[in-house]
Design a protein around this ligand. Structure first.
Ligand code: ADP
Length: 661
């Protein structure tokens, strides 16, 4: 059975202007193993067109090409890929070696694409390089060797998977006379080993070395002569398993290419890392500032206690002030004032409220409390000195021991605690002394003596405050025929990890937390908005990165068009080419992400050093979560930017790609 049979093969090129051109006009021939066939003809006679059809690079032809009894036209995509890998070896006039790979990697490329093991691949490449006399140059790159040597590498590459057909397109066209002889000898040896060699040439001298000469003119076969009889040994083909290339191999190939253009790729990665850096830095900054604010606020309160207030009517209403009548606004202002001064009727907790709150899971006890705000009505007097009291508050566990800076907390009905600043106004040694308070109790104003048992100082509260025990204040109201309704409830839990849950539940039930908490919440909300806005602005630079990566990868595709053609001729699938370019995008992405994150860490370190020295605060809070997010965002953006170029590369037509100058 002939190895290759051509039956009336035709090829018509469609021209850009709409016309057609018949490059092959019905070529029929049959080739056996061990033949060295010269395909001779003038330039433009259709030789390369025929070889491309035989080599499976161009499937758009008329007639039939039968390889070992199988019609090429009926090949599936995978069969065609395997045909490239195992059955056909290409040798080109311009060698078409891949410049950034060393000779071993060049020779074994078809094996890399076939997922052959590293050891076997290297061994086979070295063996073939030795055979073509290049063992001393194995680790060189193609531009470090001469033209004749390059063609020897190309011969070794064509033989690597031990194919049974070698297609050589003017293999000596770019070589001098002496080197031509060496290469021709080698090619003849290949045929003598039992392979079919089809060699395109327009030189009669080259043709005279061949066993058979086919002449083509204007797309037609004009003669087919047997001229020499070559002795060949039966080809015992090595059974090299070809599989599809793995993702890992694609990444490795991409890595080798990236290394070859290290400077350019690093610059791109550096450029796009700026976007990642700004995004991550903004997030870390936002987190740093937010957690600083809330930790400062929280540090003054007891972590086991949840302070509960009733919602004032302003908080309850969902009405926009702009849609309210003048009367409604005035009413609300009155209520707000009442809430502040503690005299409002709707700010007190009823028994039902307290019961509801005390039943929240994990709350093991509660304390009632009362606080009110006054301007000028409440005063304290000692000897002849007098001070205004702005806050009236009851004692609770939420007042930490450390904020009682002198003496102790009041215990009995006639005992009080004052804030230190107010106490200082009244004179030294006020501790354990009797002071006179003038207080507004309900509608009445009363004057009574109390003993100062302790002094209070807190960084969070600086207003002048008097503290009573709740029982004491209740008693005071009672004796004045007034009823004290608690306007604060403190919920206590044994485990502070439950506090968050309790606070959430309190909110669900329609109550609010302490003033500080509400402020912290508002502040955090604002900071979050600012952080996200800044992050979004920073993210715009990511678009720039994406475009930059897209442009660079596109340039890379254009630069490597020929290489892509070679890879396809060696059996790379579309998928493989796409993977190689996608891997390059991935590598750029991961590098730029890593650079961005490292720079953020370094910047964060310096910024924190500075703010620590100036304000005793760390403002950049860089977390692993942000680092990972930065790298992931970077990789995703690069991969998206890489979609177009890698698709473009994968779709390149091998024939056109190989023709590219
Ligand atoms: P050879 O290899 O013998 O020099 P080719 O096979 O390259 O010739 O080309 C045969 C003919 O087909 C030439 O006339 C060439 O101009 C034409 N040709 C080759 N490729 C194309 C193409 N893509 N579109 C149109 N015409 C083409």
């Amino acid at each position: 059975m002939p190895v290759m049979e051509l039956k009336n093969v035709t090829k018509t090129y469609k021209m850009a202007g709409g016309g057609t051109f018949e490059a092959l006009r019905g070529i029929s021939a049959s080739f056996e193993a061990g033949e060295l066939v010269a395909i001779v003809g003038e330039s433009g006679s259709g030789k390369s067109t025929l070889m491309n059809a035989i080599g499976g690079l161009d499937s758009d032809f008329g007639g039939e090409i039968i390889y070992e009894g199988k019609n090429l036209r009926n090949f599936s995509t995978q069969e065609l890929v395997d045909y490239h890998k195992k059955s056909i070896g290409f040798i080109f006039q311009n060698f078409n070696l891949i410049s950034h790979l060393n000779l071993i990697d060049n020779v074994s490329m078809a094996m890399t694409l076939s997922n052959v093991s590293e050891d076997f691949r290297k061994k086979r490449a070295k063996e073939l390089l030795r055979k073509v006399g290049l063992e001393k140059h194995m680790y060189k790159k193609p531009d470090q060797i001469s033209g004749g040597q390059k063609q020897r590498v190309a011969i070794a590459r064509a033989l690597v998977n031990d194919p049974d057909v070698i297609i050589a397109d003017e293999p000596t066209g770019a070589l001098d006379a002496e080197t031509t002889d060496t290469i021709l000898d080698m090619i003849r040896e290949i045929a003598e080993e039992g392979k079919l060699v089809l060699m395109v040439t327009h030189s009669d001298k080259v043709a005279s070395h061949c066993s058979r000469v086919l002449r083509i003119d204007n797309g037609e076969l004009i003669s087919d002569e047997q001229q020499l009889d070559l002795e060949y040994t039966e080809n015992t083909r090595e059974d090299i398993k070809v599989k599809n290339m793995s993702m890992w191999k694609a990444i490795k190939l991409a890595f080798l290419n990236m290394k070859a253009k290290l400077g350019r790729n690093l610059l791109v990665a550096l450029g796009s890392s700026i976007g990642i850096m700004s995004v991550v830095l903004m997030l870390a900054l936002g987190k740093g500032v937010t957690s600083y604010v809330s930790s400062t606020m929280k540090s003054y309160t007891n972590p086991n206690i949840t302070e509960v207030h009733k919602k004032s009517s302003t908080q309850q209403t969902t009405k926009n002030p702009q849609n309210m009548s003048r009367e409604e606004i005035a009413k609300q202002q009155q209520e707000n004032m009442a809430a502040l001064t503690g005299s409002g009727t709707n700010t007190g907790f009823t028994k039902k409220d307290i019961e509801k709150l005390s039943k929240i899971k994990h709350v093991d006890r509660y304390q009632k409390g009362y606080s009110s705000f006054s301007l000028g009505t409440n005063t304290v007097k000692y000897n002849n000195k007098q001070a205004s009291l702005m806050m009236l508050q009851t004692m609770s566990d939420s007042i930490s021991k450390s904020s009682i800076v002198e003496g102790k907390a009041p215990k009995n009905n006639h005992e009080i605690m004052l804030d230190r600043a107010t106490a200082d106004l009244l004179g030294k040694n006020i501790l354990d002394k009797e002071v006179t308070l003038t207080l507004k109790i309900g509608e009445k104003t009363i004057t009574q003596n109390f003993k100062v048992t302790g002094l209070y100082e807190s960084q969070s509260q600086s207003s002048s405050t008097v503290f009573f025990t709740y029982a004491g204040l209740q008693d005071l109201y009672k004796t004045n025929q007034e009823k004290l309704l608690p306007n604060v409830v403190y919920l206590h839990t044994a485990n502070k990890d439950n506090t968050k849950m309790i606070k959430d539940k309190v909110k669900d039930l329609g109550y609010t937390g302490s003033m500080q908490e509400q402020m912290t919440e508002m502040f955090t909300k604002m900071l979050n908005i600012i952080t996200w806005v800044l992050t979004a602005i920073a993210a715009v630079s990511l678009v720039v990165s994406a475009i930059m990566i897209l442009v660079v990868l596109n340039i890379s595709v254009v630069e490597r068009t020929k290489e892509i053609g070679v890879l396809k001729a060696l059996g790379a699938r579309r998928k493989d080419i796409r993977r190689i370019f996608a891997s390059e995008a991935f590598l750029i992405g991961i590098t730029s992400g890593a650079i961005g994150v490292v720079v953020t860490y370094v910047l964060g370190f310096f910024i924190n050093n500075f703010t620590k020295a100036a304000f005793e605060v760390n403002v950049v809070s860089m977390t692993t979560k942000y680092a990972i997010a930065g790298i992931v965002i970077s990789v995703v953006i690069s991969m998206i930017a890489g979609i177009l170029p890698s698709n473009r590369a994968s779709k390149l037509d091998p024939v056109e790609a190989l023709r590219k100058e």
